[in-house]
Design a protein around this ligand. Structure first.
Ligand code: NAD
Ligand code: TDX
Length: 329
């Protein structure tokens, strides 16, 4: 089987490539990745049966021959960070919307199976005490340029299924954590700050809730959807991991053996979504189950990974913090 993985040098895509190489000895993987600031070839180092091609999903001449050669396209590539989308939305539109359009046109032309990776942020946010969670029929209500561009890409995929019969499935996942996550994101930023003796930065009051899932569980769900999901359907991926940001910071401080109040409050994110929560019923119906049910244990593994792999993240640390300093974060 030949699998084209877009964005496979990024966080979730690289983890997907690692586990797929391990679990599928008959799979050959081509990674198409622009190697933006978020893509790192070191995340794929030493893997056999993986070819990394540096290129842009928004360029039809690059995409066409790669899709022609593939049995399956798994589409992770995106601009993925909300804070960056507030500073400059432009690459979010080009990569997330135009890039997805270019891929859809190619899978339509060659009749290739497509799986689209998306986010729970397309549904907007929930009140803290709302008993309802996001389901596949929740109306779209994105808040940021990032989530609006992902919402646009989801609509394109559904339209290509309905209008052109493209064989696609979609998944919208909650917040991931685990190895190879860029240190601009909350958990790795907090962990690497603490390794450097810098206090964690909590946006606003820290009461915003995220529904955390280990990246390996996200990727086993993606494979279940590819193998057992119904064409045209959307599956929500989550593992009942709701915690607010203050709780997460305090668990990380505890893991380091520091005082629970050893953090600082910084400027809040404009338009900051309050709460995400996933109803994963449609996924459980496919027989999926998460492996990482204990967030504290998954967090301890993740902290250990960042301690052991400083050479992977160190080159980015100064620039990331300089960017946050400009917005008082
Ligand atoms: P990431 O930013 O770590 O990785 C994105 C990858 O895409 C990078 O390797 C980057 O170089 C590549 N890329 C960017 N623009 C490209 C382009 N034009 N052409 C080719 N490659 C390009 O992101 P991530 O956290 O791994 O997210 C992967 C996917 O999962 C995204 O679609 C994101 O919306 C979705 N998602 C992420 C989370 C999360 O918590 N991180 C949760 C739900 C959904
Ligand atoms: O230093 C920080 N302090 C802080 O309090 C950072 C970087 C973030 N935060 C807060 C903002 C959010 O409420 O932590 C929460 C998580 O922030 P991010 O890691 O930036 O993730 P989020 O904006 O929730 O989006 C993530 O999950 C959904 C991914 O980046 C998206 O790609 C995915 O779609």
């Amino acid at each position: 089987m030949k699998i084209l993985v877009t964005g496979g040098a990024g966080f979730i895509g690289a983890n997907f490539v690692h586990t797929t190489v391990e679990d599928m000895p008959d799979a050959d993987i081509v990674v198409l990745d622009k190697l933006t600031y978020a893509g790192n070839p070191a995340s794929l180092a030493g893997l056999e049966r993986v070819t990394l091609i540096e290129g842009d999903i928004a360029d039809p001449d690059t995409v066409d021959p790669l899709v022609k050669d593939a049995d399956l396209v798994v589409h992770f590539a995106a601009e993925s960070h909300n804070d960056n989308s507030l500073n400059d939305p432009s690459p979010f539109i080009t990569t997330n919307i135009i890039g997805t359009f270019v891929l859809l046109e190619a899978v339509r032309k060659y009749g290739v199976r497509f799986h689209h990776i998306s986010t729970d942020e397309v549904y907007g946010d929930l009140e803290l005490d709302d008993p309802a969670k996001f389901t596949p029929t929740t109306p779209y209500h994105p808040s940021s340029p990032y989530s609006a561009s992902k919402a646009g890409s989801d609509h394109l995929v559904r339209a290509w299924v309905r209008s052109f019969g493209v064989a696609a499935t979609l998944s919208n996942c909650s917040n991931n954590y685990g190895p190879y996550q860029h240190i601009e994101k909350f958990i790795p930023r907090t962990v690497t700050n603490l390794i450097d003796g810098v206090k964690p930065r909590l946006y606003g009051a820290g009461l915003n809730v995220r529904d955390w899932i280990h990246v390996r569980d996200h990727n086993t769900a993606v494979w279940d959807i590819i193998n057992k999901g119904e064409i045209g359907n959307t599956y929500l991926i989550g593992a009942d991991g709701e915690l607010n940001n203050l709780q997460v910071v305090q668990l990380i401080l505890e893991e380091f053996g520091y005082d629970a109040n050893d953090f600082v409050h910084v400027n809040d994110r404009p338009g900051h979504d309050l709460r995400y929560a996933i109803d994963n019923t449609s996924l459980l119906e496919l027989g999926w189950e998460p492996e990482f049910k204990d967030f504290k244990a998954g967090l301890a593994d993740t902290v250990a990974w960042y301690r052991d792999n400083e050479e992977w993240w160190r080159p980015q640390k100064e620039a990331v913090e300089a960017k946050y300093a400009k917005t008082g974060q």
